[in-house]
Design a protein around this ligand. Structure first.
Ligand code: ARG
Length: 459
């Protein structure tokens, strides 16, 4: 049998495999609510412009609400033969209200319809991600506040660098996640133009009011070029790009949690709720959630690359290639939301280990820079010379198998005669972090200021 929508021109129905490759209903049914919202706005506008009667518009409105409630209740028969969500909804509307259903698609095409639906969906996701990011930021700030001045090692190259504070480390991620938020907000702003009324590609001869539908759907304005707005998917790409960067941040933090929760580091203890055991090794407590979050960047960035590759080289305007946009974005959005929720749960429940953090911070000659700075400040040495003297002291401590504060004053003087007892004041990890008072530095005073700033911003 030929198609109910375009059967006029066709005498045969599609091959089964044609249907399998062509139908998108299995995934685009997630656009049902947006599709119905868009159709309601369109029908109301058609009536306001006298293009359809108020009576028909009312029937369409009521019918669409019935369709929506059927879909939301889970008793809607989706049909592959009807290809996609747009035609499934319209066909069901026809069954419910009859003839007026056929007037809904006046001055519209599936090309502007899907562009509207998908924009609305991605816009909602920007809002959802924003809320999830805020929750994670609050969890991190909670951790920062609970142990703001606990000392831990700061690394470069994953080698001991200088002592830092736990609060400072937590807030580093707050900064990153806040930039992620602003990237989503920015993308949301740019995508918030209504393509509805672009019709197939060229606009329409009917006297429609695109400002009315734009406003009804919460868009800032109608798009200014129908060719552009029925065929661009850069809004989805911006979402995926922001999601990729955000997932990259989560992946880095996840990696740190994996390292920190190992028996060799023991910087944090993850809660049982967010860990798994081993079927053979009874002692195991594995950070699987962190590992999975670390991995999610693979599919999220993969989606970004996939859609970018789909879109490159497509001539204007719509091509069916663009149907491949949705699964990528759905999958990336779902996995980003899941990662954010899991990370929030882990952060809320993890317990930093003060003694282990401190002990680790004090190892590896972490206050060598403080020693060199002392030589500059107290003895007036050029920094390059101070670096050299300190290096010799580190080598001496290494030879003796001790840390810098364990060297005697005689040891110190044997390398440089002018060194005095005062030097020991700067060799503790507490003194080290306390001294780093520069704006944005790791000193507890600075960190507490930043915590206060964030709490105010997120209040
Ligand atoms: N299912 C299609 C998609 O997702 C809807 C638009 C179809 N338009 C068309 N002219 N075939 O892209």
């Amino acid at each position: 049998t030929s198609n109910a929508m375009w059967g006029g021109r066709f005498s045969a129905g599609p091959d089964a495999i044609m249907e399998a490759i062509n139908a998108s209903i299995d995934f685009d049914k997630r656009l049902a609510r947006q599709d119905i919202e868009g159709s309601r706005a369109h029908a109301a506008m058609l009536a306001a412009q006298g293009i359809i009667t108020d009576k028909d518009a009312e029937a369409i409105r009521e019918g669409l609400l019935t369709v929506l409630s059927e879909i939301e209740a889970g008793d809607f028969q989706f049909s592959k033969a009807l290809e996609d969500i747009h035609m499934n909804v319209e066909a069901r509307l026809k069954e419910i209200i009859g003839e007026p259903a056929g007037r809904l698609h006046t001055a519209r095409s599936r090309n502007d319809q899907v562009a509207v639906d998908f924009r609305l969906w991605v816009r909602d996701q920007c809002d959802a991600v924003d809320g999830a990011l805020e929750a994670l930021m609050k969890a991190l700030i909670g951790q920062a506040e609970a142990a703001a001045d606990w000392v831990m090692p700061g690394f470069t190259h994953l080698q001991t660098a200088q002592p830092v504070t736990w609060g400072h480390h937590m807030l580093a991620y707050v900064e990153m996640l806040n930039r992620d938020r602003s990237r989503f907000a920015d993308a949301r702003k740019r995508m918030n133009e209504s393509p509805l009324g672009g019709a197939a590609l060229a606009g329409t001869g009917f006297n429609i009011d695109r400002h009315m539908t734009a406003e009804a759907l919460g868009f800032d304005r109608p798009s200014a070029n129908s060719l552009d707005s029925t065929s661009d998917r850069d809004f989805a790409l911006e979402f995926l790009a922001a999601a990729s960067i955000c997932a990259m941040h989560l992946s880095r933090f996840a990696e740190e949690l994996v390292i920190w929760s190992s028996a060799q580091f023991r910087f944090v203890v993850m809660s049982d709720q967010w860990s798994t055991g081993s079927s053979i090794m009874p002692q195991k407590k594995n950070p699987d959630a962190a590992e999975l979050i670390r991995a999610k960047i693979g599919r999220i960035f993969g989606a970004n690359v996939a859609l970018m590759t789909v879109m490159k080289g497509l001539p204007l305007t719509y091509s069916k290639d663009m149907q491949e946009d949705k699964e990528q974005v759905f999958d990336a959005a779902d996995n980003l939301m899941l990662s954010l929720a899991a990370m929030t749960g882990m952060v809320e429940t993890m317990a930093p280990q003060r003694e282990n953090l401190r002990k680790s911070a004090a190892s590896g000659f972490s206050t060598a820079t403080d020693l060199a700075d002392w030589l500059v400040r107290e003895l007036g040495m050029p920094f390059r010379d101070a670096h050299h003297v300190t290096g010799a002291l580190v080598a001496m401590a290494e030879g003796k198998g001790c840390d810098l504060p364990d060297l005697t004053i005689e040891d110190m003087k044997s390398v440089h005669d002018n060194i005095n007892e005062g030097v020991f004041d700067v060799l503790t990890v507490e003194a080290s972090v306390m001294s780093r008072q520069s704006y944005g530095g790791t000193s507890p005073v600075q960190v507490k200021k930043q915590i206060a700033r964030w709490k105010e911003l997120l209040a």
